[in-house]
Ligand binder design. Structure first.
Ligand code: NDP
Length: 392
C-alpha cells in the first residue's frame, strides 16, 4: 500500500486527488495539503473515498518536513505553484521521499522559466537514491512523452517539432484564465523564444502567428508562438532536432483584454505603492479574475494539444502528428473540473503511478522524455486522455 501526499488544492490539485482516488491499488492512502485547508476539505468531500487533508505553507521547509514525517508518504506530488518547487524538493531530500511536479521553478520577482535551478538537484537526488520527475502535466508532460514515443517508434531523427496547444472551450466570461491567472499571464506576456539550428531565437510577445486546422471538428484557429518550458529539455534530448517551437491559440477577445491590462500596468510583477502599502498588480488582478476552478461547470467545448513532427526514418522523410482531444463538459462530469485542469492532473497522477509501481523508478532528476514512453502512453489511454496519431 503506497501513500501519496498532494500539495496544492487548486484546479489541478482537485483533479489529481480525484484521479488518485480512482486507482486505490496504487494509491492506498491519499493526503491533500495546501495553504487553505478548507479548499482541501471541499475537494475531499467530492470524492467517495476517505482522503486526509492538512494545512501547510509550502514555502516553509520545516513545516513541510514535519507534515511529511507525520504522514510518511512514498511520493510528494507538487501541484501548488512553481514558486514552491525548490522548497518542496528540499523537504523531499531531507525526508527521503520521491518528488513530482507539473511546472518548472520560477522566481517570484522574475518571469523566467528555466530548468537550471531544478537540474542543479541532480546529484543530491541521485546520491540519496531518490527520484524527482519534472513537468508531469500535459505541456510540459504528455507533450514530452509524445516526442519520446515518436523518437522511439517512428523516427531515426526528429528535425522539426511544433507543439500546438488549442483550447477551443468557451466559459462565457468576458476574461478569465483556465489555470492560475498569475502564472498564465506571466507566461503569455513574456517574450517568445524558439530553437533554430542550435540557438534560441527571441520574438516580441505574441508577435508571430499561424493558422492550424485542428481535428475533431475544431477547425482552423490562429495560434501564437510562445516560449514554453518543455522546449528547453526537448532540444537537449531529441536526437537531430533542428527547430522546436510552441504555439497556443488565443481568441481576439482574450488578446484584446490582455493588451488593455498590460497597457494600464495590471500585469506588472513588481511592487507598486498603493495607499501606503505595497501591492503587486498581477497578484491584485488574480484576486479580481474568476477562480479557474469556478469555470468547471461553465466551460463547453474541447481542447486539442499535440505535437507535429518532421524527420527521417530509414532514410525517408516523414511527417507525424500526435494529439489528444479532451472535452470540458466530460471532464466536469467525471472530476468536477474543466479540461485544462483535467489534462494537467491526469498526467500528474500517471507520473506518480509510474514511479510507485517501479515502471519509472530511477534515482536523479528527470524530464519526462528521458524515461520509457511506452507504459505512460498505455496509461494515458486507460485513465482518460486517449491519443491519436496520424502520418501525414
Ligand atoms: P491554482 O492557483 O488553482 O492552485 C494552486 C494551489 O496551490 C492553491 O490551492 C494554492 O492555495 C496552493 N498554494 C499556493 N501557494 C502555496 C503555498 N505557499 N503553500 C501551500 N499551498 C500553496 O493553480 P492550478 O491548480 O491551476 O495550477 C497548479 C500548478 O499546475 C501550477 O504550478 C501550474 O503552473 C501548473 N500547471 C501545469 C500545466 C501543465 O500542463 N504542465 C498546465 C496548467 C497548470 P490557495 O488555495 O490558498 O490559493
Amino acid at each position: 500500500m503506497k501513500k501519496v501526499l498532494i500539495i496544492g488544492a487548486g484546479g489541478v490539485g482537485g483533479v489529481v486527488a480525484h484521479k488518485c482516488a480512482q486507482v486505490p491499488e496504487v494509491f492506498g492512502e491519499i493526503m491533500l495539503a495546501s495553504r487553505t485547508k478548507s479548499r482541501c476539505d471541499a475537494i475531499a468531500a467530492q470524492i467517495g473515498r476517505s482522503i486526509r487533508t492538512a494545512q501547510v505553507d509550502a514555502d516553509n521547509v520545516p513545516e513541510l518536513v514535519s507534515l511529511i514525517k507525520g504522514f510518511t508518504p512514498d511520493i510528494v506530488v507538487n501541484v501548488a505553484l512553481p514558486y514552491q518547487d525548490l522548497h518542496i524538493m528540499d523537504a523531499c531530500l531531507e525526508t527521503g521521499v520521491d518528488y513530482l511536479d507539473t511546472a518548472n521553478y520560477e522566481p517570484l520577482d522574475e518571469a523566467k522559466f528555466e530548468y537550471k535551478w531544478q537540474w542543479a538537484y541532480q546529484e543530491r537526488f541521485r546520491e540519496k537514491g531518490l527520484m524527482a520527475l519534472l513537468g508531469s502535466g500535459f505541456d510540459p508532460g504528455v507533450t514530452n512523452v509524445f516526442c519520446a514515443y515518436a523518437q522511439k517508434h517512428h523516427f531515426d531523427e526528429i528535425h522539426q517539432l511544433d507543439i500546438i496547444d488549442c483550447n477551443a472551450g468557451d466559459h462565457g466570461k468576458p476574461f478569465a484564465t483556465n489555470f492560475n491567472p498569475e502564472i498564465n499571464i506571466r507566461e503569455v506576456t513574456a517574450r517568445g523564444r524558439y530553437w533554430e539550428r542550435g540557438e534560441w531565437v527571441e520574438t516580441d510577445p505574441l508577435s508571430w502567428s499561424m493558422s492550424f486546422d485542428f481535428p475533431d471538428g475544431i477547425g482552423k484557429k490562429k495560434c501564437f508562438l510562445l516560449y514554453h518550458e518543455e522546449l528547453e529539455s526537448l532540444v537537449r534530448n531529441l536526437k537531430g532536432i533542428r527547430r522546436a517551437r510552441f504555439w497556443m491559440t488565443f481568441s481576439d477577445n482574450y488578446l484584446n483584454h490582455l493588451k488593455v491590462l498590460e497597457n494600464v500596468g495590471m500585469t506588472r510583477i513588481d511592487e507598486v505603492d498603493f495607499q501606503g502599502r505595497k501591492i503587486v498588480p498581477i497578484q491584485f488582478l488574480k484576486a479580481l479574475l474568476p477562480d479557474p476552478a469556478s469555470l468547471g461547470p461553465l466551460t463547453k467545448g474541447k481542447t486539442c494539444i499535440g505535437c507535429l513532427m518532421k524527420g527521417v526514418k530509414n532514410g525517408k522523410e516523414r511527417s507525424y502528428y500526435i494529439y489528444n482531444i479532451c472535452d470540458h463538459e466530460a471532464s466536469y462530469r467525471e472530476v468536477q473540473s474543466q479540461a485544462i485542469s483535467y489534462t494537467t492532473g491526469v498526467p500528474a497522477m500517471i507520473g506518480a503511478k509510474m514511479m510507485l509501481t517501479g515502471d519509472w523508478k530511477q534515482p536523479g532528476v528527470w524530464n519526462m522524455e528521458q524515461l520509457d514512453p511506452d507504459p505512460f502512453m498505455a496509461a494515458l489511454n486507460i485513465h482518460g486522455l486517449p491519443w491519436v496519431e496520424e502520418f501525414r
